[in-house]
Structure formats: structure tokens, C-alpha cells
Design a protein around this ligand. Structure first.
Ligand SMILES: Nc1ncnc2c1ncn2[C@@H]1O[C@H](COP(=O)(O)OP(=O)(O)O)[C@@H](O)[C@H]1O
Ligand SMILES: [Mg+2]
Length: 294
């Protein structure tokens, strides 16, 4: 996309990422792609279709997300992006087709089991618990690793204690990583949207996922907040080794941080490949000009 940037990322990202001046992080398009494409297939969809009554929300979707890749998913409202993530994570299993994670067929596996297998997600409409603090909301993301049971805790109190210490350690690391220390005891209710989205990202990351699915994590954000979120996604890949499926409408973000991408329209794949090519594809431009299908 034309953005007048002289660097590898759009201007707002260069600024927010501190890449213009004496940046310590040497981020180039070359190493961005190198990190993203040297792994094997982590997530594979083959011929995925999901219907709701008479509506075919998604059909014929084939995609491969490689280890360490940041993969963009775009399309107008109603084009099936959220449905595809629900098909992958078992919330609304596919009616047709298969989903594989690290080679294992997980088609139709229940959401909590998919989470245990290493897939964490954030939701398009925030799913935080109002009336609870930032810290407590984040702690909830650890529950998939907890081994509950009164008897077990009574008999093996030292193991339970060890587990608690380990859980806390990971939560503290993520709080520091996402710079949430100063608001850890605040209720989530009154936080601005940018911070709420960051808390949701924290809750997903404490589950220590291999695959992170982010459904419009930058919706409603200003340029600065978008820059921060982009930076956190890149760092989560670099420092925590996660692969990412990123649903996003802002094309500057997609071209800035995604290795490859897929565009949907009316539930069907219309283009896939390297972002700078896909965003110029006439079918993608046409779909966006066509607007929402809700
Ligand atoms: N739970 C559901 N029940 C019925 N229809 C649904 C449901 N979820 C999505 N749809 C329909 O599927 C289509 C794709 O929606 P969605 O996946 O939310 O699109 P996007 O995330 O790209 O905006 C829309 O027509 C939507 O109304
Ligand atoms: Mg959606």
C-alpha cells in the first residue's frame, strides 16, 4: 500500500516500534519473512465448510500456517472470517473438510480440548469478565494448565504449591511483556478499548499457546495503539515462538507484519499469498469496495 514510508513498515508502525532512529531492534522485511517461513505446517485447513441453516458462511477453505508465521485473514464484514476461526477452534465445527494441528486431525474437537492442544484465541467482541481485575482476568487464561481437585491438593500440597508458583511466574512474565503492571489491580470495566484488547491478548498468551488466533485485535484503536499491538504481536512470535492467525481490516497492519495472507469474500477464498500482492488483487479491492455482506 502506498504510505510514503521509507522503511520496511508503514510510518505509524515505524514510529510506534521506534524503528526510525537509534533502534536496537534491527527489523527488516528480510528477517521478518525468514522468521515466518522456515517452519513446517502447524495449522492446516482442507476444504473447510460451515453452514448455518441455509447460509454457507465458509466454504472450500484451504490454508496452511507454518510454524512461526504471522498469517493474515481479511475480508469484508460477513465474509466468514470469524466462522473460520470458530471452525478451527471447535466452537462451530466444520460441516465439511478437515482441520489439522501439527499433523493431528482436530476436526470437531471440543474448544477446551483444542485450547489444551495449544491454540489460544481472542474474540472479536471482547470476552473479558467485568467486575474482575486485570490480573484475575489474565489468571483465567492459565486454567487449562491447572490440575484441580481438593483431594489431590490435600495429598500433594507440595505439587499444588509448585504449580501455583509456576502459574504465577508465567502470568508475571506476560504482564511485564505487555506492560500491564501499572493497571494489574484495576477492574477491566473502565479500561479504554486498547488496554482491554491487550488484557485479552495477555490472557491468551499465559496459556502458552503454539497458535494464537486474534480476531480483529485492533478494532477501534487509534494509530498509536495499533502500533503497540503490532509490536506486541511481532514480539510474541520472536520471544515466545507463537504462530499467529490475525484477522484484521487495517491493510497497513497486514502488509506491515504478516508473512502471508488469505482474503475471503462471501465465505470463499478469493486470493492468497504475499500481502503486498494480495492487497493489490482486483478481486480483493472489489470485495472491499462492495462492502459489508451482513
Ligand atoms: N452463529 C451463527 N449463526 C447463524 N449465522 C451465523 C453465525 N455466525 C456467523 N453467521 C453468519 O455467517 C456469515 C459469516 O459471518 P462471520 O463469520 O461472522 O463473518 P466475518 O467475521 O467475516 O464478519 C454471516 O452471514 C453471518 O451472519
Ligand atoms: Mg468477524
Amino acid at each position: 500500500m502506498a504510505n510514503g514510508s521509507t522503511g520496511p513498515f508503514p510510518d505509524f508502525l515505524m514510529k510506534a516500534m521506534n524503528l526510525n532512529g537509534d533502534n536496537k531492534i534491527q527489523m527488516t522485511t528480510k528477517n521478518k519473512i525468514a522468521v515466518g517461513t522456515d517452519g513446517g505446517a502447524l495449522l492446516e485447513c482442507n476444504g473447510v465448510e460451515r453452514r448455518f441453516g441455509g447460509i454457507v458462511a465458509v466454504t472450500g477453505v484451504d490454508l496452511v500456517i507454518r510454524q512461526g508465521e504471522i498469517f493474515g485473514l481479511v475480508g469484508p464484514n460477513g465474509s466468514g472470517k470469524t466462522t473460520l476461526t470458530n471452525a478451527i477452534t471447535g466452537f462451530y465445527p466444520p460441516n465439511v473438510g478437515t482441520v489439522r494441528l501439527a499433523g493431528k486431525d482436530i476436526t470437531g474437537t471440543a474448544p477446551h480440548k483444542v485450547a489444551k492442544l495449544g491454540v489460544a484465541r481472542t474474540f472479536q467482541n471482547l470476552a473479558l469478565f467485568n467486575g474482575m481485575s486485570v490480573l484475575d482476568n489474565i489468571l483465567l487464561g492459565r486454567h487449562i494448565h491447572m490440575k484441580p481437585g481438593v483431594l489431590r491438593t490435600a495429598l500433594y500440597w507440595w505439587a499444588a504449591r509448585h504449580e501455583e508458583i509456576e502459574n504465577r511466574k508465567i502470568v508475571e512474565e506476560v504482564i511485564e511483556f505487555l506492560q500491564l503492571e501499572s493497571i494489574r489491580h484495576e477492574l477491566v470495566d473502565g479500561l479504554p478499548i486498547g488496554l482491554k484488547k491487550r488484557v485479552e491478548l495477555a490472557r491468551a498468551l499465559v496459556a502458552e499457546p503454539q497458535m494464537l488466533i486474534l480476531d480483529e485485535p485492533m478494532a477501534g484503536m487509534n494509530q498509536e495503539e495499533k502500533g503497540y499491538m503490532s509490536r506486541f504481536i511481532l514480539d510474541a512470535r520472536a520471544e515466545r515462538g507463537v504462530s499467529v492467525l490475525l484477522i484484521e481490516h487495517h491493510m497497513d497492519v497486514i502488509t506491515g507484519i504478516c508473512d502471508r495472507m488469505l482474503a475471503l469474500n462471501y465465505g470463499e477464498m478469493i486470493a492468497s499469498g504475499i500481502p503486498k500482492d494480495v492487497v493489490k488483487d482486483p478481486r480483493v479491492i472489489e470485495a472491499y469496495i462492495g462492502g459489508s455482506h451482513d
